[in-house]
Design a protein around this ligand. Structure first.
Ligand SMILES: *Cc1c(COP(=O)(O)O)cnc(C)c1O
Length: 609
């Protein structure tokens, strides 16, 4: 049975039990049952399910892995971490992070003014806040206000101009001065798609010369004792650990040199984020080549070694990994609305009393097909189809015959595939790709999987039920936007097979996994499909609880976020209906009531699915 590569991407978070995808935690609830329960409440369209226990698991793994490395290496510094808000700023996520993170003093990282305000209001006093990215004087003042509130905040400067602004604010206010960090521009380049975050042509950070100037400025203005941290970030989805090791050697040596130059308060090295997430469903697509323990061992060992060599105290180690913490916690569940090749089923045949001889032969082939003759019969069927197409072009058979030929050949290929499922030939595989089924999903790829649209990032996809029946249809997925880019194509190198189902008779739900990082705020309202319905699920030994449900925005709400006046729109529509003619007053008022109901529903489709 197809396991959809669950052993590769699921990190033991999900398992297949009794043909359903279940959460591998305490009472093992089934995603299918959870989905049905939520839909029974009348919520339609795409569902985003959050599992806070998976955030807790990642935080706890991160800290325990570093603790182990620190103990084993007799490292003297401490391990500290912050969650970068840009990866997911939604309140349910941040509250899980601050709650689960409290025992560890897990903090938040902000990269913009709005994120800084969030960090200032959500971080528990004492847990660190780090601030990266370009800053104006207002943002720097916000940092001073945070320090004044008692926050343990570090403003990491990206350039000398920011340092000058800090010096100015420090001079003309008596607010508490925040800790100062400096982002290093390393010559060793980054890795992964986001390599531009590191390296000497990076958008961010100070070069060696600028660093010396910064130290000079800090000394001159008697602020050197606020300089606590050096920082670098080599990029997201680090596939291989070698570039990080290079960056650590460089940054570690810079740290040691700065200490020797008299930066006495300097005590931390922030190695940024980039711990990768495994999205692969097929062995040959594997992304990640290292484990968390290897990562923490390398970081701790290398920094210890450099500092020992240079006779400098071991620094505290900060990380800002974000995807690693939240990617796994969210699963997107989308109902399938339609299969587009369903007409190629036996029931669509319209066999005449008198058929052309080749159609009669196709009917025989279909009737007599078995495991010993399947390949031979398949070849005959394909031959007949070619001939029938030629006969059609020459005007010898009609549209009815042609349709029968297409349906019969599809049915024969499907049967032959099923009969040889255990030893498919390359020819069968090629045929199968041609017979790709298009599954229409009640979701927007632009809203919910923007990295697929923008970067070609594939996410693990698996039906959440029917997993004990064979899935043989090569699948491409179409979303409900009117944009031809809203399609997840079938890739023969990394194929996705789904079930052959009759949507009129049963529902079919697909799960998209590891969608908790970046997708939600990067997602856009293309075609005015809003953020999907959102739920948070808590699991105990005996049951699961739907802790939080937030329905997708109503049509009126979505329209109003563009700046339209929703009341005016409603009035206009009601007025036009009231003034229309040729229907009874009763029908008018019923129609207006119906319209009002439609406008407060979300924008996803509401068929039976
Ligand atoms: C984006 C970013 C991160 C988070 O990166 P992940 O790959 O999600 O771990 C951390 N630090 C900085 C400075 C960033 O810009």
């Amino acid at each position: 049975m197809n396991k959809y590569g669950i052993n590769l991407w699921a990190d033991d978070n999900f398992i297949i039990e009794n043909g359903e995808a279940c959460i591998n935690h305490l009472c093992h609830p089934s995603l299918f049952k959870i989905t049905n329960e939520i839909r029974a409440k009348g919520i339609r369209g795409t569902l985003l399910l959050r599992f806070p226990h998976l955030i807790e698991k990642q935080i706890s793994n991160l800290y325990s892995s570093f603790d182990r490395s620190i103990n084993e290496n007799r490292y003297k510094g401490e391990f500290k971490a912050v969650f970068p808000l840009k990866v997911n700023q939604f309140p349910e996520v941040i509250s899980s992070i601050t709650n689960c993170g409290e025992p560890y003093q897990y903090g938040l990282e902000a990269g913009s003014k709005a994120e800084l305000v969030l960090a200032m209001s959500q971080t528990i006093i004492g847990a660190p806040i780090t601030v990266n990215g370009f800053k104006d004087t207002e943002m720097i003042r916000l940092g001073f206000m945070a320090a004044q509130m008692g926050h343990n905040i570090t403003l990491t400067i990206e350039g000398l101009a920011e340092l000058e602004s800090i010096i100015e604010v420090a001079k003309d206010s008596s607010l508490k001065v925040p800790s100062i960090g400096i982002r290093l521009r390393l010559h060793s380049s980054g890795s992964g798609t986001w390599a531009k975050s590191g390296g000497s042509d990076s958008k961010f950070g100070l070069s060696a010369t600028e660093l010396l100037e910064a130290i000079h400025l800090l000394k001159q203005n008697e602020l050197l004792h606020y300089f606590h941290m050096v920082h670098f970030h080599i990029g997201s989805q680090m596939q291989d650990i070698t570039p990080l090791k290079r960056a650590l050697r460089e940054a570690g040596n810079i740290y040691a040199e700065l200490k020797k130059m008299g930066a006495d308060a300097l005590e931390s090295i922030n190695i940024g984020g980039g711990l990768s997430v495994e999205y692969a469903q097929h062995e040959n697509d594997r992304i990640c080549t290292y484990t968390l323990q290897e990562f923490s061992n390398d970081v701790v060992f290398l920094l210890g070694e450099i500092m020992n060599k240079k006779g400098v105290e071991h620094p505290h180690i900060f990380t800002e990994s974000g995807s690693f913490i939240v990617a796994s916690h969210a699963v997107l569940i989308s109902p399938v609305l339609e299969l587009f090749s369903q007409d190629h089923q036996e029931k669509s045949l319209r066999i005449k009393k008198e058929n052309p001889p080749l159609i009669e032969e196709l009917l025989d082939l279909n009737r007599l097909l078995n495991s010993s003759n399947s390949i031979e019969f398949l070849h005959d069927a394909l031959d007949h189809m070619e001939s029938l197409f030629t006969l059609f072009d020459l005007g010898y058979i009609d549209l009815q015959d042609r349709s029968n030929a297409e349906v019969l050949v599809h049915v024969i290929i499907k049967k032959a595939l099923l009969l040889s499922i255990d030893h498919p030939t390359s020819e069968l595989q090629r045929l199968q790709e041609k017979l790709q089924e298009k599954y229409l999903i009640n979701a927007s790829i632009f809203q919910s999987l923007p990295d697929y649209w923008g970067l070609g990032q594939r996410f693990p996809i698996m039906p959440v039920h029917k997993l004990n029946t064979p899935a043989l249809r090569p699948a491409a997925l179409w979303d409900i936007t009117c944009d031809s880019d809203g399609e997840i194509t079938f890739e023969s190198q990394s194929p996705l097979y789904l079930h052959d189902i009759n949507i009129d008779e049963e529902e079919y739900f697909l799960g998209f996994f590891n969608v908790g990082a970046y997708q939600e705020t990067l997602g856009m309202n293309h075609n005015l499909f809003s953020h999907p319905n959102e739920c948070s699920i808590e699991i105990t030994n005996t049951e699961y609880k739907i802790k939080y449900i937030k329905e997708a925005d109503s049509l009126l709400k979505v329209i109003s976020t563009l700046g339209y006046d929703e009341i005016k729109i409603l009035e206009t529509l009601k007025f036009s209906l009231s003034n229309s003619t040729f229907i009874t007053e009763k029908e008018k008022s019923d129609t207006i009531a119906q319209l009002e109901l439609y406008l407060i529903q979300n924008s996803y489709l509401r068929t039976t699915n």
